[in-house]
Design a protein around this ligand. Sequence first.
Ligand code: FES
Ligand code: FES
Length: 158
Amino acid sequence: MPRVRIALTVNGDPREADVWGGESLLHALRERLGLPGSKNACEQGECGSCSVLLDGVLVCSCLVLAAQADGHEVVTVEGLGDGRRLHPVQEAFVATGAVQCGFCTPGLVVATADLLAQNPSPTDDEIREALSGNVCRCTGYQKIFDAVRAAAAAERAG
Ligand code: FES
Ligand code: FES
């Protein structure tokens, strides 16, 4: 099967990869670009564990062809922190005990960071709506809500 070379920006760095025509962006990130933070749980757009930002828009990377990302900008969970410190959303998830098996966490962190960038003071309904595409099988969601509220408060406090 022929491959195509794609060139894209990932977490601020120019990257290239040779991908199959039908290959997902999720697969390319994990298997070709060394970024396993985005998780592969359903590969059907149902769970949100593969969430990334594509040109600043939250997407399920399992539903995006890698070839569609050619020439575009991708931010994964690995790109949220500054390399030395966790992102405030990551810190809040750890501090509130919102991480159990952790499989849903990268997608939730990316979705939460996206929410708070657009809406620094979300209501509970707005949090519920923003995270409605992210499935967690472990926590019952209460601690995830606590984490989002804590991250919002921390970011507002600067
Ligand atoms: S792996 Fe992409 S939505 Fe579940
Ligand atoms: S912590 Fe296990 S799926 Fe969410």
